[in-house]
Every structure is written in structure tokens, then in C-alpha cells.
Design a protein around this ligand. Structure first.
Ligand code: HEM
Length: 357
């Protein structure tokens, strides 16, 4: 493997966005911290979705496709979040982030043109959802009104990747049709949510629950839970736990319906964003980072520390959200962040170890 330093500045912008978003997240939980900039606390969501994950996901695509123009969307989201935080008006930052997501659509259109398949189509839908969500946000829609689009960006991107990586299982025609039907219900739920948030949310919950159930038969993660290689076993556990949270998130939306603020809003969002998305990132990091940087990641048993901490602290946070226990919620959120920071620290350590030897 040949080390590739070109993506490092983009990665740096993505990690910086994550750190700023984590700081803002603590403020939103009620921890008394310096505001840093007037708009930071309010931009936690866009920083996580577009600043961190948008920059990272478009970067991964650009590296895979090896086309220079494909780095532009990653650069736009990396700069877009900085401008959003530093210069809140006029809305230059949201414009840059919207252009970044449009660039993401262009990349996925090209990928789908090259390989027309269920997984590329799913990821293209994910990019479209990111773009539409950003566009609506740019035109002044509230975040609780566009958050389903942002959630769809991440859920469809990850589902498409899982579909691609599970191809070795040769999913049957029926399994592929089932996936397609779930994707249609999911997309329909997002469109419905713009007209009737209550019905859209419950339909969205049903789709997430079905997707989690679909994974049990069709995702290779469930078969690798007892794999003899420690890294494969670790990845499988991250992914399986992620699917469990996806199912829980779906169940909560189905039962409790729409939430627009407060502790239950916190729970419904972060069961999916932290439980599913971050756990998937923990599991995919040993695949993604070597692909981006050209450097392997060696498995460390300590990886289980951040994985365990993430899930235990999320359980505490969700219990606190539903039981209205404010202090426990603050600690649950803080420990979620400690888990993410431990993950970054151990990943950087493991990459350095591979380079230096
Ligand atoms: C890891 C620690 C995290 C903490 C402590 C945290 C904290 C928070 C808090 C307290 C809220 C406000 C909820 C409310 O109104 O009651 C919030 C909203 C939100 N979070 Fe997080 N969050 C975290 C991770 C994430 C992640 C990983 C994502 C996305 C992948 C994310 C995306 C969002 C979004 C989109 C909103 C809605 C923002 C809004 O309505 O303004 N969060 N977060």
C-alpha cells in the first residue's frame, strides 16, 4: 500500500468540524462552555451532517474515483461549515454546503452511470436527500423540518455501502426486491413528512425498522460476529450494534411519532445518528481510512473500549431522555463524545504505528 497524503487537509477539515460540532453538542445539552462564536450552538446539526460527514463521504468517493474535480465537493463542505460558523449572515456558508451536496449528486450520478446497480442507485438517492435538505434549509426551513432529509443522506449512503460490501453473500432476487421496497417506503416517508410530519415520522419509523430487520438475513455483519479474525469480528459487532439501534430508532418513531424539540427529539435523532451512524463509522474506519490514506489500520483490543462506551452511554442518554433526567442526559451525551474522541485518538495512533512501524 502506498501512503497518499493529498486527502489529509480535507480529513483535517472534517475532523475539525466534528470537534466544533461536539463542542456545540455539549452546549446544547446544557454544559456551561464558552460560546466560541455566536452561532456555534445552533449549527451543531449542520456541522455534524455536512461539515463532518459530508466532507468525509465526498472525500471517500473522490479518492475511490480518482478524478481531481471530485475533490471540489469535499472542499466546498470543508469550507462551507467554517463560513457558516464564522460568518452567519449573509448565508454564504449554507450556499457553499448546498453546492457541496450538489457536487455529491454529480459524483454519484457518474458512479451510477459507470455501474448501474441497486447499491449505486441507493447512494445516489442519499446524495439527493442531502442536497434537497440543504436547499430547504438554505431557504429558511427549520432544522426539525429538514432533518429527515439529512438522516436519509446518511442512512441511504450506509445502506448502499452495506449492500455493496455484502455482495459476496449473493443476495437473492427476493432480498433485493425487499430492499427496493423498503427504500421506496423510506423515501416516501420523507416526502410525506414535508406535508404531514406526524404520518411521515411514523412511516419513516416503519422503514427504519424494516431495514434493520432486512439486515439480519442479508448483511454479512451478522455472520461475522464470531469470525476467527479479531478485526473482522470487531467490525461485525460495530455494524450489528448499529443495526440494533436503527431498529430501536424506527420503533420509537413508529410508536411516539413526530418530535420537534426537547429530550424526546434528542433521543429520536441520536439513536440513529450516534447509535447507528457513529457505530457504523467505528466499524467502517478500518476499511475507509486505509482506502483514503493508503495506510493499513492494525486491530487493537482497546478498540472495544470506545465501542462499549459509546453504546452504554447512549443507553443512559436515551433512558434519561424518556425519564426526563436532565443531569443523566448531560452525562450520557458527554460520554458519547468521550467515546468518539477515544476512537479518533486510537485510530490516529494505529495509523501512525503502521507508518512508523
Ligand atoms: C456525540 C455526541 C452528540 C451530542 C452530545 C449531541 C447533542 C445534541 C443536542 C443536545 C441536540 C439538541 C436536542 C434537543 O433539542 O433537545 C442535538 C441536535 C441535533 N444533533 Fe446532535 N449530538 C451528538 C451527536 C450527533 C451526531 C453524530 C449527529 C449527526 C450525525 C448529530 C446531529 C444532530 C442534529 C441534526 C440535531 C438537530 C439540530 C437542531 O434541531 O438544531 N448529533 N444534538
Amino acid at each position: 500500500m502506498k501512503p497518499n497524503r493529498f486527502p489529509i487537509p480535507f480529513l483535517f477539515l472534517a475532523i475539525l468540524a466534528l470537534l466544533a460540532a461536539l463542542w456545540a453538542g455539549l452546549m446544547r445539552l446544557g454544559w456551561q462552555l464558552a460560546a466560541l462564536t455566536p452561532s456555534l450552538a445552533l449549527t451543531h446539526g449542520p456541522l455534524m451532517i455536512s461539515g463532518f460527514l459530508g466532507t468525509l463521504i465526498t472525500l471517500e468517493r473522490a479518492v475511490a474515483m480518482q478524478k481531481k474535480w471530485m475533490y471540489i465537493p469535499s472542499l466546498l463542505s470543508g469550507l462551507g461549515w467554517l463560513v457558516t460558523v464564522l460568518i452567519p449572515s449573509p448565508p454564504l456558508g449554507p450556499i457553499l454546503l448546498t453546492l457541496a451536496s450538489l457536487g455529491g449528486v454529480a459524483i454519484l450520478t457518474e458512479m451510477t452511470r459507470r455501474e448501474f446497480a441497486l447499491h449505486t442507485g441507493t447512494m445516489l438517492l442519499g446524495m439527493l436527500a442531502w442536497f434537497i435538505g440543504n436547499l430547504l434549509w438554505l431557504f429558511g426551513w427549520q432544522i426539525f423540518q429538514v432533518v429527515f432529509f439529512w438522516q436519509a443522506f446518511l442512512v441511504l449512503t450506509i445502506a448502499g455501502e452495506r449492500l455493496e460490501l455484502s455482495r459476496v453473500l449473493r443476495p437473492s432476487k427476493n432480498q433485493q426486491i425487499a430492499f427496493g421496497v423498503i427504500a421506496v417506503i423510506f423515501v416516501t416517508s420523507i416526502i410525506v413528512s414535508t406535508l404531514n410530519l406526524q404520518i411521515g415520522t411514523r412511516l419513516n419509523g416503519a422503514a427504519l425498522l424494516l431495514l434493520a430487520l432486512w439486515s439480519i438475513r442479508s448483511d454479512i455483519a451478522w455472520r461475522n460476529l464470531k469470525h476467527k479474525l479479531p478485526l473482522t469480528r470487531y467490525i461485525a459487532r460495530c455494524l450489528a450494534l448499529g443495526f440494533v439501534w436503527l431498529g430501536i430508532g424506527g420503533g420509537l418513531s413508529l410508536v411516539f411519532g413526530a418530535q420537534v424539540a426537547g429530550p424526546r427529539y434528542d433521543a429520536i435523532l441520536h439513536v440513529v445518528f450516534v447509535g447507528f451512524v457513529i457505530s457504523m463509522i467505528f466499524g467502517h474506519a478500518p476499511i475507509i481510512f486505509p482506502a483514503i490514506l493508503g495506510v493499513p489500520i492494525n486491530f487493537q483490543p482497546a478498540f472495544y473500549i470506545h465501542l462499549t462506551l459509546l453504546h452504554v452511554s447512549l443507553v443512559l442518554r436515551v433512558i434519561a431522555d424518556y425519564a426526563n433526567l436532565h443531569t443523566l442526559r448531560m452525562w450520557g451525551g458527554l460520554l458519547n463524545e468521550v467515546a468518539i474522541l477515544l476512537f479518533i485518538g486510537l485510530t490516529v495512533f494505529s495509523i501512525r504505528k503502521s507508518i512508523v512501524g
